[in-house]
Design a protein around this ligand. Structure first.
Ligand SMILES: [Zn+2]
Length: 113
């Protein structure tokens, strides 16, 4: 598992991506870092036919997708994928270095059972 780091607010329990100074829901500043699984569902997708910058996945076209994490549905992540994805499609998001910090991968077979 390549976990996604989220922060959990000690005051209201809401999760958000790391890097915030305060909770986006209640403004509380007591945030606790927690790794969660990258299992997610695509909620929006855009096909990028021409990229003004180098493609973050090495090919054009590529896809930008908004996903919600299964473990913390209030957390939305913008991720890139070289393969076409569809809204509602279950995927796995991983974190990486470089131009695009989040990448989408096809979900392993474990969820189908
Ligand atoms: Zn909060």
């Amino acid at each position: 598992m390549n976990p996604i780091a989220v922060e959990i607010c000690d005051t209201c329990g809401r999760a958000q991506l790391t890097g915030g100074y305060a909770c986006r829901s209640c403004g509380g500043t007591a945030l606790c870092s927690k790794p969660v699984a990258g299992d997610c569902v695509v909620t929006a997708v855009t096909k990028v036919d021409r990229s003004p910058i180098e493609s973050p996945v090495g090919t054009v076209p590529f896809y930008l997708a908004m996903v919600t994490l299964d473990a913390t549905p209030e957390v939305r992540v913008m991720a890139v994928c070289a393969e076409a994805v569809e809204i509602g499609q279950p995927m796995t998001v991983t974190s990486s270095d470089g131009l695009a910090p989040y990448r989408l991968e096809a979900l392993s077979c474990k969820r189908d059972t």
